[in-house]
Design a protein around this ligand. Structure first.
Ligand SMILES: Cc1cc2nc3c(=O)[nH]c(=O)nc-3n(C[C@H](O)[C@H](O)[C@H](O)COP(=O)(O)OP(=O)(O)OC[C@H]3O[C@@H](n4cnc5c(N)ncnc54)[C@H](O)[C@@H]3O)c2cc1C
Length: 250
């Protein structure tokens, strides 16, 4: 075991196994891995996942970083990703159930603050939903008293991973409000009755009310994180109240 790079969190290397895979949106898969005994993490943290393959160059493994999408209370570790035609994702999608994998972590400090008097505003872009699903599942299961609101932006409804789980969490947790947003609504045949456009200051004012006070969490591709951070700065949110997780590589 070694000292983690962030905040002295204990990080270690574990062996795991692929247990299953599910499609959670168009072109988006979730992968269930065995949670190694003694693997303890905080909702919102991430891991380095190493896969092994028989192709040249893969015998020593290939590593990508993933936020854990499951709650620390769940039996399995869940990670989710947009499937693209890259070596890592081709290997992951073809990996037989039962294949070994290596997990390093947990890492990161993108976790819910302790002060339950301060609301949490979660701002997710696409697959950036992963750490929020973990946090919301955990907070709901543990009946944490934080007031939470999630703005979840996707291009199209078909791209919105875990949308049913998130509606279910809203039903189960009276302190949680869910605001899905579509940034491109063409081809939805008028079926979409929710918000459209990018996460804007008007949307925040309308749904959050008093913007000073909550802690803001942004997760998604770097461009989305930067744009949302600018929006928060423009409406006067204090830098100290903004926490971000950039999914570098998108
Ligand atoms: C803290 C953290 C959490 C993440 N969580 C998730 C998650 O839950 N789900 C998910 O799908 N992805 C997550 N990512 C991103 C993930 O690690 C991959 O980078 C991403 O999925 C792209 O992989 P790929 O195989 O499609 O592309 P790749 O073949 O890996 O790369 C595509 C392009 O991005 C560049 N690139 C790749 N990685 C990086 C990097 N780290 N920094 C800068 N440029 C890079 C490559 O050079 C290439 O041009 C996370 C990243 C970080 C840092």
């Amino acid at each position: 075991m070694q000292q983690g790079p962030l905040q002295g969190w204990m990080m270690s290397v574990y062996q795991s196994t692929l247990l299953g895979r599910t499609e959670v949106a168009e072109g988006t898969m979730a992968f269930q891995f065995e949670k190694p005994k003694d693997f303890v993490f905080k909702a919102g943290q991430y891991i380095d996942l190493t896969l092994f393959g028989s192709q040249p160059g893969l015998q020593n493994g290939m590593t990508h970083t993933f936020s854990i999408a499951s709650s620390p209370c769940d039996e399995r570790l869940l990670v989710t990703t947009r499937m693209r035609n890259t070596v890592f994702k081709r290997t992951l999608s073809a990996l037989p159930i039962g294949s070994p994998a290596r997990i390093e972590g947990p890492m990161g400090s993108f976790s819910l603050h302790n002060n339950t008097a301060k609301p949490a505003v979660f701002l997710a872009g696409g697959i950036g939903i992963a750490p929020f699903l973990s946090i919301l599942s955990y907070a709901t299961g543990q009946k944490l008293r934080h007031s939470m609101i999630l703005f979840y932006a996707n291009r199209h409804l078909e791209d919105a991973a875990f949308i049913h789980s998130l509606w279910n969490l809203e039903c189960a947790n009276p302190r949680f409000r869910f605001v899905p947003i579509l940034t491109r609504i063409a081809n939805n045949n008028g079926a979409w009755k929710g918000k459209t456009g990018h996460i804007s200051s008007e949307m925040l004012v309308a749904r959050v009310g008093r913007l000073a006070g909550p802690i803001y969490y942004i997760a998604g591709p770097p461009t989305m994180v930067a744009a949302t951070r600018r929006t928060l700065s423009e409406v006067g949110v204090d830098e100290d109240d903004i926490r971000t997780e950039e999914f570098a590589g998108y």
